[in-house]
Design a protein around this ligand. Structure first.
Ligand code: ADP
Ligand code: MG
Length: 240
């Protein structure tokens, strides 16, 4: 589904990604972790073409994202992305947030878009909040809406960049629960997170990054029980 082949990226003289290679198969859940500044956000942004690379190739579902003529708008409508900050449209109700791209990009009828939105609101436990505005919701509720909004586009894969790290502790679980359910339903996911409980529960593999490089890329239990590198051991000892 997602193939990342020897990508390198520089900001000026600074090498932010260094010869990164990995892949995610359909239905797989991969957690990306590592110290702050190690290149995790940059790596997943390369998957939907939000960041260009200077070397290497990224292919998603058969389409080369890194090709000069890649149709990035079409690609992004097929890959959902949820960031740390919720980025809902503040001047629109929850329902309008969910309907907008369905109608504008997927050309769904109003009735179809509303029906799909209502179904997804129920799925994330927000069915009673359709007419509220983002500012009337808690951070955890807003993030669940952001996930529902992505799902409304029927994505083939979902990318998450630290979706719970801006939330108060009591709201983290409600968002992780939605993500766990999504993973268990077979969604292909790449998730940057430091929530190691989540990783243990649903990740098939863990990628550990440091200084722009993929240092480990291994099945979850192997990564936790027996990290191969000192850098990963050191990282785990600090966060677990
Ligand atoms: P992480 O998500 O692991 O914290 P990032 O991918 O955000 O790391 O950033 C990796 C490194 O690249 C950091 O050192 C960051 O300062 C640098 N960086 C990120 N974006 C830019 C940019 N637009 N210009 C220059 N440097 C950047
Ligand atoms: Mg980041």
């Amino acid at each position: 589904m997602i193939s990342i082949d020897k990508i390198s990226k520089w900001y000026g003289d600074f090498k932010v990604l260094s010869d990164c290679t990995t892949s995610v198969t359909k239905g797989e859940v991969v957690v990306v972790c590592g110290p702050s500044g190690s290149g995790k956000s940059t790596l997943i942004k390369c998957v939907n073409g939000l960041e260009p690379v200077q070397e290497g190739r990224v292919v998603v579902d058969g389409d080369e994202v890194t090709a000069k003529k890649a149709n990035l708008t079409a690609l992004r409508s097929r890959i959902g992305m949820v960031f740390q900050h919720f980025e809902l449209y503040p001047h629109m109700s929850v329902l309008e947030n969910l309907c907008l791209a369905q109608e504008k990009v997927l050309k769904r009828s109003r009735a179809e878009a509303v029906a799909r939105s209502e179904k997804l609101l129920t799925r994330v436990g927000m069915e009673d909040h359709a007419s509220k505005y983002p500012s009337q919701l808690s951070g955890g509720q807003q993030q669940r809406i952001a996930i529902a909004r992505s799902l409304a586009m029927d994505p083939i894969a979902m990318l998450f960049d630290e979706p719970t790290s801006a939330l108060d502790p009591e709201m983290i679980k409600e968002v992780l629960d939605v993500m766990v359910e999504l993973a268990q339903e077979g969604m292909t996911m790449m998730v940057v997170t430091h929530e190691m409980g989540f990783a243990r529960k649903v990740a098939d593999r863990v990628i550990f990054m440091d200084e722009g490089a993929i240092i480990e890329d291994r099945p979850t239990t192997e990564f936790f029980d027996n990290p191969a590198s000192d850098r990963a051991k050191d990282f785990l000892s600090k966060i677990l």
